[in-house]
Design a protein around this ligand. Structure first.
Ligand code: PGA
Length: 234
């Protein structure tokens, strides 16, 4: 893993943007995308740019289960608001959080990923070390999963809801194996609340209790940090 520490999240996001641009210019056609506060600035930079994704596909990492796509808390809504409605992609794939037949939905998503190998995957990291919604202990061989969210994730995400009772307790997520199959990965983490997870990601053993630590086994990962998230690194 290559780790780069910047003074501010804005500078780290600018670096992420440059890596995305480079990847697109080098012929990447499939981009694995993340939601959450972390990639918002990157998406802002993409929207403001002249980069053309009209021949590219996006494959999202995860989606809450039980929200409609129109719900302002759904990740489908997030992607539309922050990226897709401003910067059109040829294909946009997001797990269906309204699926009635879960097994069919997991199989559908696995097929999409298999047919569209991910060139560049964007990741955040949870305070508990999750990537996507692969909560600890993570299945390092897992494909798309239907999971119970960790209490720590529900608490962390409650900031975005009116009350913690409104945070969904289940989600669909791309599995660790699919994330690891991506050709290149950019993980961003900002703020002191991520500092312990970042330390374990980079300096800890590869451990299913820290799902992101598996990235140590990937040949092409760039970790972009701000000073606050990097504060415990040796
Ligand atoms: P955040 O979420 O970007 O909103 O901090 C990251 C994550 O939980 O993976």
């Amino acid at each position: 893993m290559r780790t780069l520490v910047f003074d501010t999240p804005a500078e780290a996001s600018q670096k992420a943007f440059e890596l995305v641009r480079e990847s697109l210019e080098n012929g990447s056609t499939t981009f694995g995308l993340a939601t959450g506060s972390t990639p918002e600035k990157l998406y802002e930079l993409i929207v403001a740019s002249d980069l053309d994704f009209s021949q590219a596909s996006s494959i999202n990492l995860d989606e809450y289960y039980g929200l409609t796509k129109q719900d302002s808390q759904s990740y489908a809504y997030f992607m539309k608001k922050h990226l897709i409605s401003h910067k059109p992609f040829k294909n946009v794939y997001i797990p269906d959080g309204e699926a009635q037949d879960i097994d069919a939905e997991l199989a559908r998503y696995d097929k999409i990923i298999e047919e569209n190998p991910i060139d560049l995957q964007i990741l955040g990291i949870g305070n508990n070390g999750h990537i996507g919604f692969n909560e600890p202990p993570a299945d390092f061989n897992g494909r798309t999963q239907f999971i119970d969210l960790d209490q720590s994730t529900i608490e962390a995400n409650a900031r975005l809801f009116d009350s913690i009772d409104e945070v969904p307790t289940k989600a669909l997520t791309m599995g660790i194996k699919s994330i690891m199959d991506s050709k290149k990965i950019i993980l961003m983490a900002f703020g002191e609340e991520k500092a312990r997870a970042v330390q374990k990601l980079i300096e800890g053993p590869v451990d299913p209790m820290v799902p992101a630590s598996v990235l140590q086994n990937h040949p092409d990962v760039v970790v972009l940090l701000d000073k606050a998230s990097a504060q415990f690194l040796a």
